[in-house]
Design a binder for this molecule. Structure first.
Ligand SMILES: [Mg+2]
Length: 370
């Protein structure tokens, strides 16, 4: 690893079972019981599950019906994002006591660069401990923290002692920690990549480590370069404050799957929501995105960056509707979800909330992800 990587101190904070924990905190009857945060309805998905529910195999993003089957005694609670945002804001206020270099990933997760911290604590580990303690005492919630020389490692570390845990990867421990890990632990390596890797005999980060850069590039293109670095614990990505203001989106899951031709009404409604949100934040977005999910759960997006950003809700709607023409799946194809997004903002102003967007609410349950 080079100097630049070793000299940084990054903390990744991840609130434990966040939405479910807020519910349990606010309603004593829910404490110690399996709680599933989800809307009612046949096609709803789980937004969050308490650890008691997870013991039954309930997980975020699984259909609510499956959760019910796995854990019939689970208590279903509809999500209340106003309260989650409030708690999230509380956490962010705590982070700000320690550093202003905060990159939220969702309502319940953030990277903090504490290479220099405001409270003069001597180590990043002490900063992480202080933050966890303040979250516990002031918000009555628990958070797990990972401390490492870069974002990639900090994220893996916060998951290592979850829930309510702290794990530190010191610069000299990186290789020893990393090499035995299954490749699936690498953020960005999903099921598909993982099985492709397995097919060519790559099971652990150590297996990746022993491959030449050219081999990795041959197999994985540009991502191969990234993998080569990650296997060595190298990640130069900086903590970017205010990254949240990068996109505004809204999406909807239909009650029944419908063909593309019948999505106009939803697209109009979503465009309105997105437009309103973008106006409130006074930003001009250059790129319009249409997101779709097929009946078979394949996601696809189509986007366009017109020469001038959309200047009215009508214009945004027209662009979003026209993006449908670039979906070439035939009129028979049925879709379960549609979403509209705006990104590539001209003015990046600070988002008033610690919130996102795509990462927080990609659960597809008639969710407005603004
Ligand atoms: Mg979390």
């Amino acid at each position: 690893m080079n100097e630049q990587t070793t000299s940084r101190k990054i903390v990744h904070i991840d609130m434990d079972a966040f939405y479910a924990s807020v519910e349990q905190r606010d309603d004593p009857n829910l404490r110690g019981r399996p709680v599933v945060v989800a809307w009612k309805g046949k096609r709803s998905v789980v937004c969050a599950a308490s650890y008691e529910a997870r013991r039954f195999g309930v997980r975020s993003a699984m259909p609510a019906i499956s959760a019910e089957r796995l854990c019939p005694e689970a208590i279903f609670v509809p999500p209340d994002f106003a309260r989650y945002k409030e708690a999230s804001r509380g956490a962010r206020e705590i982070f700000h006591r320690h550093t202003d270099l905060i990159e939220p990933l969702s309502l319940d997760e953030a990277y903090l660069d504490v290479t220099q911290n405001k409270t003069d604590l001597p180590t990043a580990t002490r900063v992480a401990k202080a933050i966890r303690q303040q979250i516990r005492e002031e918000l009555n919630l628990t958070a797990s923290a990972g401390v490492a020389p870069n974002k990639f490692l900090a994220k893996i570390a916060s998951d290592w002692r979850k829930p309510d845990g702290l794990f530190v990867i010191q610069p000299h421990e990186v290789q020893q920690f990393l090499l035995p890990l299954p490749v699936g632990r690498i953020p960005g390596v999903g099921k598909v990549t993982e099985s492709r890797m397995r097919a060519i005999g790559i099971h652990t980060v150590g297996d990746l480590y022993h491959l030449e850069l050219t081999d990795l590039e041959n197999h994985f293109g540009n991502y191969g370069i990234r993998l080569y670095q990650l296997a060595r614990g190298i990640d130069h990505n900086l903590v970017v404050a205010n990254r949240m203001s990068k996109s505004i989106s809204a999406e909807d899951t239909f009650q029944v799957d419908i063909p593309l031709a019948e999505t106009e009404q939803q697209i109009r409604r979503l465009a309105e929501k997105v437009w309103r949100a973008s106006r409130e934040n006074a930003r001009g977005a250059k790129t319009v995105v249409l997101k779709l999910k097929t009946k078979e759960f394949h996601s696809l997006t189509r986007s366009v960056t017109p020469s001038a950003p959309p200047s009215s809700c009508n214009e945004l709607t027209t662009i979003a509707l026209s993006l449908r023409e670039r979906v070439e799946l035939g009129p028979q194809q049925l879709f379960r979800l549609v979403g509209i997004g705006l990104c590539n903002f001209q003015l990046d102003v600070e988002s008033p909330l610690f919130e996102n967007g795509d990462a927080a609410l990609n659960a597809e349950a008639a969710v407005l992800s603004i």
